[in-house]
Design a protein around this ligand. Structure first.
Ligand SMILES: NC(=O)c1ccc[n+]([C@@H]2O[C@H](COP(=O)([O-])OP(=O)(O)OC[C@H]3O[C@@H](n4cnc5c(N)ncnc54)[C@H](OP(=O)(O)O)[C@@H]3O)[C@@H](O)[C@H]2O)c1
Length: 266
């Protein structure tokens, strides 16, 4: 017997739903019978998602929305409620940052990442609070293992991810009495377009070939390869699923053993 995740007719809001992990989560929720509001930053990305998932157009609303905008959370929640009547799940996943050039990280890079990934997450959670209380819903915040394994070349990424873990635990405690669950997923290296960008940036920094940089990076992964974004999406779905009513305040790492190796060698 399979596990019923109980997403039929649920309403899920997924930020960064146009690409990578967020797109996989969007597709999974749709396959499980949910209705989804999925946001992206660029209109061309949003159009591409609509085109790709045209078969689900009665249950998918793809929208362009900059999560750095202080009103973005309200807009997404209002859209979900006006189209589908409720909000059961929020997946905060949208983020963008440049891979490090090796120099100091500029103030604008810090504020940009804080705006989209920390404040953007908090704004959407606050905007969805009342709706989530009505549905006893769930939030899954996507952080990243840099929050526990600081990267010397991108301190802003680790700092924001660590803050997300702390902030999410605070919300989990504050909202538990209303039946709202809040959990965090921290991926390690995931096989998305960003992985290729990261490898390319490494190669430029070291002045070597891209394939050498890729081999070097993959050699740091105990399981030998990046995580499939569909696997991260499946973990997000489990944490968001109404089936798992007791899971809250958790931080689940999905990194192919990278943090384990660090702990053992550290
Ligand atoms: N991939 C990894 O190896 C990895 C590792 C650790 C943590 N993570 C975390 O996992 C999450 C997803 O990563 P990913 O690699 O799957 O992402 P991705 O493929 O780079 O896609 C990023 C998504 O965020 C959207 N986005 C970017 N800036 C935005 C903004 N200002 N407002 C609204 N939407 C915005 C993008 O929209 P457009 O398509 O319109 O640009 C896109 O949908 C992120 O939080 C990331 O930090 C990823």
């Amino acid at each position: 017997m399979g596990i019923d995740l109980d997403f039929e007719e649920r309403v899920c809001v997924v930020t960064g739903g146009t690409r990578g992990i967020g797109r996989q989560a969007t597709e999974l929720f749709l396959r499980e019978g949910a209705r989804v509001v999925a946001s992206g930053l660029h209109e061309r990305s949003v159009d591409a998602l609509r085109e790709r998932l045209a078969g689900f157009d009665d249950r998918l609303h793809a929208v362009g929305c900059d999560m750095r905008d202080p009103d973005a959370g309200e807009v997404l929640v209002e859209t979900a409620v006006s189209l589908y009547g409720q909000v059961d799940v929020v997946v905060n996943n949208a983020a963008a940052f440049d891979y490090p050039s090796g120099g100091p990280v500029a103030r604008e890079e810090w504020t940009d990442l804080l705006d989209v990934k920390l404040l953007g997450y908090v704004q959407l959670m606050n905007a969805a609070h009342q709706e989530l209380a009505k549905t006893h819903g769930a939030v899954v915040n996507v952080a990243g293992i840099a929050g526990v394994l600081p990267r010397p070349t991108s301190p802003h990424v680790g700092a924001v991810n660590a803050a997300i873990v702390n902030m999410s635990a605070a919300f989990a405690a504050a909202w538990a009495a209303e039946g709202i669950r809040v959990n965090v997923v921290s991926p390690g290296s995931v096989g998305t377009q960003r992985m290729d960008e990261r490898v390319a940036a490494m190669a430029v920094r070291r002045g070597g070939a891209v394939e050498e940089a890729r081999a070097e990076l993959y050699a740091t992964m105990p399981l030998g390869a990046p995580t499939d974004p569909a696997e991260v999406a499946a973990l997000i779905a489990v944490l968001a699923a109404p089936t798992f009513r007791a899971v809250t305040g958790s931080h689940v790492i999905i990194d192919g053993g990278v943090t384990l190796r660090q702990r053992r060698s550290g």
